[in-house]
Design a protein around this ligand. Sequence first.
Ligand SMILES: Nc1ncnc2c1ncn2[C@@H]1O[C@H](COP(=O)(O)OP(=O)(O)O)[C@@H](O)[C@H]1O
Ligand SMILES: [Mg+2]
Length: 356
Amino acid sequence: MTNQIELSGVNKHYGAFHALKNINLSIAKGTFVALVGPSGCGKSTLLRSLAGLETITEGELKIAGELMNNVPPRKRDVAMVFQSYALYPHMTVEENLTYSLRIRGVAKAEAKKAAEEVAATTGLSRLLKRYPRELSGGQRQRVAMSRAIIRHPKAFLFDEPLSNLDAALRVHMRKEIRALHDRLHATSVYVTHDQIEAMTMADHVVVMREGVIEQQGQPLDLYDKPANKFVAGFIGSPAMNFIPATVNEDGKSLSLDLGTIRQKVAIDHQLQPGRKVTAGIRPEHIGTTGAGQGSFDVPIAVVESTGSSTFLTAATTPELTIVETGRGKVHAGETIGLIVESSQLHLFDQTSGMRI
Ligand SMILES: Nc1ncnc2c1ncn2[C@@H]1O[C@H](COP(=O)(O)OP(=O)(O)O)[C@@H](O)[C@H]1O
Ligand SMILES: [Mg+2]
Protein backbone atom coordinates (compact mmCIF):
# COMPACT_ATOMS: atom_id res chain seq x y z
CA MET A 1 0.00 0.00 0.00
CA THR A 2 1.25 3.45 -0.82
CA ASN A 3 1.70 5.95 1.94
CA GLN A 4 -0.60 8.92 1.89
CA ILE A 5 1.87 11.03 3.83
CA GLU A 6 5.61 10.51 3.91
CA LEU A 7 8.17 12.60 5.76
CA SER A 8 11.85 11.79 5.49
CA GLY A 9 14.66 13.58 7.24
CA VAL A 10 12.46 16.60 7.92
CA ASN A 11 13.99 19.48 9.88
CA LYS A 12 12.46 22.82 10.70
CA HIS A 13 14.34 25.82 12.05
CA TYR A 14 12.74 29.05 13.26
CA GLY A 15 15.83 31.22 12.98
CA ALA A 16 18.31 29.66 15.41
CA PHE A 17 15.66 27.48 17.04
CA HIS A 18 15.58 23.86 15.85
CA ALA A 19 11.87 22.96 16.13
CA LEU A 20 11.75 19.63 14.22
CA LYS A 21 14.73 17.29 14.28
CA ASN A 22 15.11 14.61 11.63
CA ILE A 23 11.45 13.58 11.45
CA ASN A 24 10.76 10.31 9.63
CA LEU A 25 7.11 9.35 9.45
CA SER A 26 5.03 7.27 7.04
CA ILE A 27 1.26 7.37 7.22
CA ALA A 28 -0.65 4.75 5.26
CA LYS A 29 -3.88 5.73 3.54
CA GLY A 30 -6.86 5.40 5.86
CA THR A 31 -4.83 5.54 9.06
CA PHE A 32 -5.65 7.68 12.08
CA VAL A 33 -2.37 8.97 13.48
CA ALA A 34 -2.02 10.94 16.72
CA LEU A 35 0.91 13.26 17.38
CA VAL A 36 1.25 13.57 21.13
CA GLY A 37 3.73 15.22 23.46
CA PRO A 38 4.10 18.02 25.97
CA SER A 39 3.36 21.61 25.04
CA GLY A 40 6.07 23.12 22.84
CA CYS A 41 7.43 19.79 21.53
CA GLY A 42 6.68 20.66 17.89
CA LYS A 43 3.31 18.99 17.21
CA SER A 44 1.67 22.03 15.66
CA THR A 45 4.83 22.84 13.72
CA LEU A 46 4.76 19.35 12.21
CA LEU A 47 1.06 19.58 11.37
CA ARG A 48 1.41 23.07 9.93
CA SER A 49 4.32 21.84 7.82
CA LEU A 50 2.03 19.16 6.37
CA ALA A 51 -0.57 21.81 5.60
CA GLY A 52 2.04 24.08 4.01
CA LEU A 53 1.55 26.82 6.60
CA GLU A 54 5.22 26.39 7.54
CA THR A 55 8.09 25.74 5.15
CA ILE A 56 10.42 22.93 6.17
CA THR A 57 14.11 23.74 6.24
CA GLU A 58 15.40 20.32 5.20
CA GLY A 59 14.09 16.92 4.11
CA GLU A 60 11.23 15.64 1.96
CA LEU A 61 7.51 15.86 2.48
CA LYS A 62 5.25 13.85 0.19
CA ILE A 63 1.47 13.66 0.02
CA ALA A 64 -0.04 10.92 -2.16
CA GLY A 65 3.40 10.31 -3.65
CA GLU A 66 3.99 13.92 -4.70
CA LEU A 67 6.75 16.10 -3.31
CA MET A 68 5.07 18.98 -1.47
CA ASN A 69 8.03 20.97 -0.10
CA ASN A 70 7.31 23.99 -2.24
CA VAL A 71 3.62 23.51 -2.96
CA PRO A 72 1.39 26.26 -1.48
CA PRO A 73 -1.24 25.27 1.13
CA ARG A 74 -4.29 25.51 -1.13
CA LYS A 75 -2.75 23.14 -3.65
CA ARG A 76 -1.92 20.42 -1.12
CA ASP A 77 -5.48 19.16 -0.90
CA VAL A 78 -5.44 18.70 2.87
CA ALA A 79 -7.95 20.16 5.32
CA MET A 80 -7.09 21.55 8.70
CA VAL A 81 -9.50 21.56 11.68
CA PHE A 82 -8.55 23.90 14.52
CA GLN A 83 -9.42 24.16 18.18
CA SER A 84 -10.84 27.64 17.58
CA TYR A 85 -13.18 26.34 14.80
CA ALA A 86 -12.43 29.45 12.69
CA LEU A 87 -16.03 29.70 11.44
CA TYR A 88 -17.25 32.82 9.66
CA PRO A 89 -19.60 34.44 12.21
CA HIS A 90 -21.68 36.36 9.67
CA MET A 91 -22.42 33.25 7.59
CA THR A 92 -24.98 30.53 8.29
CA VAL A 93 -23.84 26.94 8.72
CA GLU A 94 -24.75 26.26 5.10
CA GLU A 95 -22.77 29.27 3.90
CA ASN A 96 -19.82 28.26 6.04
CA LEU A 97 -19.93 24.81 4.44
CA THR A 98 -20.34 25.94 0.84
CA TYR A 99 -17.89 28.84 0.97
CA SER A 100 -14.78 26.88 -0.02
CA LEU A 101 -16.65 25.25 -2.92
CA ARG A 102 -18.13 28.52 -4.14
CA ILE A 103 -14.75 30.29 -4.27
CA ARG A 104 -13.54 27.42 -6.43
CA GLY A 105 -16.36 28.02 -8.86
CA VAL A 106 -18.75 25.20 -7.91
CA ALA A 107 -22.32 26.12 -8.95
CA LYS A 108 -24.67 27.23 -6.19
CA ALA A 109 -27.13 24.33 -6.47
CA GLU A 110 -24.33 21.77 -6.50
CA ALA A 111 -22.63 23.34 -3.49
CA LYS A 112 -25.97 23.35 -1.61
CA LYS A 113 -26.45 19.66 -2.37
CA ALA A 114 -22.93 18.87 -1.14
CA ALA A 115 -23.60 20.81 2.07
CA GLU A 116 -26.81 18.89 2.67
CA GLU A 117 -25.05 15.57 2.14
CA VAL A 118 -22.24 16.40 4.54
CA ALA A 119 -24.69 17.83 7.08
CA ALA A 120 -26.57 14.54 7.02
CA THR A 121 -23.35 12.67 7.85
CA THR A 122 -22.42 14.97 10.71
CA GLY A 123 -25.89 15.47 12.17
CA LEU A 124 -26.25 19.13 11.15
CA SER A 125 -29.20 18.84 8.78
CA ARG A 126 -31.57 20.79 11.03
CA LEU A 127 -28.99 23.50 11.76
CA LEU A 128 -28.06 24.62 8.25
CA LYS A 129 -29.82 27.99 8.53
CA ARG A 130 -28.33 28.88 11.91
CA TYR A 131 -25.40 31.21 12.60
CA PRO A 132 -22.36 30.00 14.58
CA ARG A 133 -23.43 32.07 17.61
CA GLU A 134 -26.64 30.02 17.75
CA LEU A 135 -24.73 26.73 18.10
CA SER A 136 -23.23 24.85 21.06
CA GLY A 137 -19.48 24.16 21.21
CA GLY A 138 -19.96 20.59 19.98
CA GLN A 139 -22.14 21.74 17.08
CA ARG A 140 -19.57 24.35 16.05
CA GLN A 141 -16.91 21.68 16.12
CA ARG A 142 -19.09 19.59 13.81
CA VAL A 143 -19.44 22.51 11.41
CA ALA A 144 -15.67 22.92 11.38
CA MET A 145 -15.26 19.24 10.54
CA SER A 146 -18.03 19.34 7.93
CA ARG A 147 -16.30 22.21 6.23
CA ALA A 148 -13.21 20.03 5.93
CA ILE A 149 -15.18 16.98 4.78
CA ILE A 150 -16.99 18.80 1.99
CA ARG A 151 -13.70 19.28 0.15
CA HIS A 152 -12.87 15.53 0.07
CA PRO A 153 -9.27 16.24 1.04
CA LYS A 154 -6.43 13.73 0.82
CA ALA A 155 -5.93 14.09 4.57
CA PHE A 156 -7.59 15.68 7.59
CA LEU A 157 -5.29 17.56 9.93
CA PHE A 158 -6.58 18.25 13.43
CA ASP A 159 -4.82 20.59 15.86
CA GLU A 160 -6.17 19.96 19.38
CA PRO A 161 -9.75 20.32 18.13
CA LEU A 162 -11.39 19.36 21.42
CA SER A 163 -9.40 21.46 23.89
CA ASN A 164 -12.17 24.07 24.24
CA LEU A 165 -14.90 21.58 25.11
CA ASP A 166 -15.92 20.37 28.56
CA ALA A 167 -14.83 16.91 29.68
CA ALA A 168 -18.05 15.03 28.88
CA LEU A 169 -18.40 16.53 25.41
CA ARG A 170 -14.74 15.86 24.71
CA VAL A 171 -15.20 12.16 25.38
CA HIS A 172 -18.26 12.13 23.13
CA MET A 173 -16.56 14.04 20.31
CA ARG A 174 -13.55 11.69 20.37
CA LYS A 175 -15.83 8.84 19.38
CA GLU A 176 -17.65 10.97 16.85
CA ILE A 177 -14.43 12.06 15.10
CA ARG A 178 -13.12 8.50 15.05
CA ALA A 179 -16.45 7.17 13.69
CA LEU A 180 -16.42 9.84 10.99
CA HIS A 181 -12.86 8.91 10.06
CA ASP A 182 -13.92 5.28 9.66
CA ARG A 183 -17.00 6.13 7.61
CA LEU A 184 -15.08 8.41 5.24
CA HIS A 185 -12.09 6.07 4.93
CA ALA A 186 -10.11 9.21 5.64
CA THR A 187 -6.45 9.68 6.47
CA SER A 188 -6.23 11.72 9.66
CA VAL A 189 -3.39 13.33 11.57
CA TYR A 190 -4.52 14.43 15.00
CA VAL A 191 -2.47 16.61 17.35
CA THR A 192 -3.13 16.44 21.08
CA HIS A 193 -1.22 16.87 24.33
CA ASP A 194 -3.63 14.38 25.93
CA GLN A 195 -2.21 10.87 25.87
CA ILE A 196 -5.60 9.31 26.65
CA GLU A 197 -7.07 11.01 23.58
CA ALA A 198 -4.15 9.76 21.49
CA MET A 199 -4.37 6.22 22.86
CA THR A 200 -8.13 5.88 22.44
CA MET A 201 -8.52 7.49 19.02
CA ALA A 202 -5.48 6.53 16.99
CA ASP A 203 -4.25 3.46 15.13
CA HIS A 204 -0.71 4.78 15.33
CA VAL A 205 0.66 7.08 18.02
CA VAL A 206 3.72 9.29 17.54
CA VAL A 207 5.26 10.53 20.79
CA MET A 208 7.31 13.71 20.44
CA ARG A 209 9.63 15.61 22.74
CA GLU A 210 11.66 18.73 21.95
CA GLY A 211 11.29 18.31 18.20
CA VAL A 212 12.23 14.63 18.18
CA ILE A 213 10.05 11.56 17.64
CA GLU A 214 10.78 9.52 20.77
CA GLN A 215 8.73 6.51 19.68
CA GLN A 216 5.89 5.59 17.36
CA GLY A 217 3.69 2.53 17.14
CA GLN A 218 0.36 1.02 18.02
CA PRO A 219 -1.10 2.47 21.24
CA LEU A 220 -0.82 -0.67 23.34
CA ASP A 221 2.69 -1.41 22.10
CA LEU A 222 3.76 1.94 23.48
CA TYR A 223 2.10 1.10 26.78
CA ASP A 224 3.59 -2.40 26.95
CA LYS A 225 7.06 -1.68 25.59
CA PRO A 226 8.00 1.98 25.94
CA ALA A 227 11.34 2.55 24.20
CA ASN A 228 12.64 4.88 26.87
CA LYS A 229 11.86 6.41 30.22
CA PHE A 230 10.25 9.49 28.68
CA VAL A 231 7.64 7.50 26.75
CA ALA A 232 7.14 5.21 29.76
CA GLY A 233 6.32 8.21 31.93
CA PHE A 234 4.22 9.97 29.30
CA ILE A 235 1.93 7.11 28.28
CA GLY A 236 -0.34 5.75 31.02
CA SER A 237 -2.24 7.44 33.80
CA PRO A 238 -1.40 7.72 36.64
CA ALA A 239 2.20 7.72 35.46
CA MET A 240 4.60 4.81 35.81
CA ASN A 241 6.64 4.68 39.04
CA PHE A 242 10.40 4.98 38.56
CA ILE A 243 12.74 3.52 41.20
CA PRO A 244 16.53 3.81 41.13
CA ALA A 245 18.12 0.38 41.38
CA THR A 246 21.43 -1.47 41.19
CA VAL A 247 21.99 -4.91 39.66
CA ASN A 248 23.06 -7.39 42.36
CA GLU A 249 26.17 -9.64 42.27
CA ASP A 250 24.13 -12.55 40.82
CA GLY A 251 23.17 -10.41 37.77
CA LYS A 252 19.64 -11.81 38.03
CA SER A 253 18.17 -9.50 40.62
CA LEU A 254 17.99 -5.83 41.50
CA SER A 255 18.24 -3.89 44.69
CA LEU A 256 15.50 -1.24 44.60
CA ASP A 257 16.42 1.96 46.39
CA LEU A 258 13.30 3.26 48.11
CA GLY A 259 14.96 5.50 50.68
CA THR A 260 15.04 3.63 53.97
CA ILE A 261 13.83 0.49 52.18
CA ARG A 262 16.26 -1.59 50.09
CA GLN A 263 14.36 -4.31 48.35
CA LYS A 264 15.64 -7.21 46.29
CA VAL A 265 13.54 -8.18 43.27
CA ALA A 266 14.19 -10.80 40.62
CA ILE A 267 14.56 -9.68 36.99
CA ASP A 268 13.90 -11.56 33.79
CA HIS A 269 17.25 -10.99 32.15
CA GLN A 270 20.89 -11.26 33.07
CA LEU A 271 22.59 -7.89 33.58
CA GLN A 272 26.05 -6.68 34.51
CA PRO A 273 26.45 -6.76 38.33
CA GLY A 274 26.68 -3.24 39.74
CA ARG A 275 24.92 -1.64 36.74
CA LYS A 276 22.73 1.35 37.66
CA VAL A 277 19.26 1.08 36.24
CA THR A 278 15.83 2.64 36.67
CA ALA A 279 13.08 0.13 37.42
CA GLY A 280 9.67 1.20 36.16
CA ILE A 281 6.40 -0.26 37.34
CA ARG A 282 2.91 0.95 36.51
CA PRO A 283 0.60 1.82 39.42
CA GLU A 284 -1.93 -0.74 38.18
CA HIS A 285 0.71 -3.50 38.17
CA ILE A 286 1.65 -3.35 41.84
CA GLY A 287 -0.30 -5.89 43.89
CA THR A 288 -1.26 -5.29 47.51
CA THR A 289 -1.69 -7.62 50.46
CA GLY A 290 -1.43 -7.59 54.24
CA ALA A 291 1.79 -6.49 55.99
CA GLY A 292 4.40 -9.25 55.92
CA GLN A 293 2.68 -11.17 53.13
CA GLY A 294 4.01 -9.45 50.00
CA SER A 295 7.42 -8.78 48.48
CA PHE A 296 7.98 -5.95 50.96
CA ASP A 297 6.08 -3.67 53.33
CA VAL A 298 5.43 0.05 52.90
CA PRO A 299 3.58 2.66 54.96
CA ILE A 300 0.64 4.23 53.11
CA ALA A 301 0.49 8.02 53.37
CA VAL A 302 -2.51 8.90 51.21
CA VAL A 303 -5.64 7.03 50.10
CA GLU A 304 -7.83 8.58 47.38
CA SER A 305 -10.93 6.98 45.95
CA THR A 306 -12.73 7.89 42.73
CA GLY A 307 -15.48 5.39 43.50
CA SER A 308 -14.42 2.92 40.83
CA SER A 309 -10.75 2.82 41.79
CA THR A 310 -8.50 3.65 44.72
CA PHE A 311 -5.16 5.44 44.52
CA LEU A 312 -2.62 4.70 47.25
CA THR A 313 0.55 6.71 47.85
CA ALA A 314 3.31 4.89 49.70
CA ALA A 315 5.53 7.03 51.93
CA THR A 316 8.76 5.83 50.35
CA THR A 317 11.51 7.78 48.56
CA PRO A 318 10.62 8.09 45.74
CA GLU A 319 6.92 7.86 46.54
CA LEU A 320 5.07 4.98 44.93
CA THR A 321 1.60 5.26 43.43
CA ILE A 322 -0.57 2.16 43.46
CA VAL A 323 -3.97 1.85 41.80
CA GLU A 324 -6.51 -0.73 42.84
CA THR A 325 -9.90 -1.28 41.26
CA GLY A 326 -12.86 -0.95 43.60
CA ARG A 327 -12.95 0.62 47.05
CA GLY A 328 -10.09 -1.12 48.88
CA LYS A 329 -9.84 -1.46 52.63
CA VAL A 330 -6.59 0.37 53.28
CA HIS A 331 -6.52 3.51 55.43
CA ALA A 332 -3.88 6.24 55.49
CA GLY A 333 -1.25 5.46 58.12
CA GLU A 334 -1.46 1.67 57.72
CA THR A 335 1.43 -0.50 56.58
CA ILE A 336 0.69 -2.96 53.78
CA GLY A 337 2.58 -5.53 51.72
CA LEU A 338 3.31 -4.86 48.04
CA ILE A 339 3.65 -7.54 45.38
CA VAL A 340 6.05 -6.70 42.56
CA GLU A 341 6.46 -9.26 39.80
CA SER A 342 9.52 -9.32 37.58
CA SER A 343 7.36 -9.65 34.46
CA GLN A 344 5.78 -6.27 35.25
CA LEU A 345 9.08 -4.42 35.63
CA HIS A 346 10.36 -2.13 32.88
CA LEU A 347 14.10 -1.56 33.06
CA PHE A 348 15.85 1.53 31.74
CA ASP A 349 19.49 2.48 31.66
CA GLN A 350 19.96 5.09 34.37
CA THR A 351 22.15 7.31 32.21
CA SER A 352 20.59 7.11 28.74
CA GLY A 353 17.02 6.34 29.83
CA MET A 354 16.79 3.72 27.06
CA ARG A 355 14.84 0.53 27.62
CA ILE A 356 17.01 -2.48 28.52
N1 LIG B 1 6.83 31.16 14.40
C1 LIG B 1 7.67 30.73 15.33
N2 LIG B 1 8.85 31.34 15.56
C2 LIG B 1 9.71 30.89 16.49
N3 LIG B 1 9.50 29.81 17.27
C3 LIG B 1 8.35 29.16 17.10
C4 LIG B 1 7.37 29.58 16.13
N4 LIG B 1 6.33 28.73 16.19
C5 LIG B 1 6.63 27.83 17.16
N5 LIG B 1 7.84 28.09 17.70
C6 LIG B 1 8.50 27.31 18.76
O1 LIG B 1 8.63 25.98 18.32
C7 LIG B 1 8.38 25.07 19.38
C8 LIG B 1 7.30 24.12 18.99
O2 LIG B 1 6.08 24.82 18.91
P1 LIG B 1 4.72 24.11 18.54
O3 LIG B 1 4.91 23.30 17.32
O4 LIG B 1 3.65 25.14 18.52
O5 LIG B 1 4.54 23.14 19.81
P2 LIG B 1 3.26 22.27 20.27
O6 LIG B 1 2.21 22.40 19.23
O7 LIG B 1 3.79 20.88 20.43
O8 LIG B 1 2.85 22.84 21.59
C9 LIG B 1 8.07 25.91 20.60
O9 LIG B 1 9.23 26.04 21.38
C10 LIG B 1 7.66 27.24 20.01
O10 LIG B 1 7.97 28.29 20.90
MG1 LIG C 1 0.26 23.20 19.36
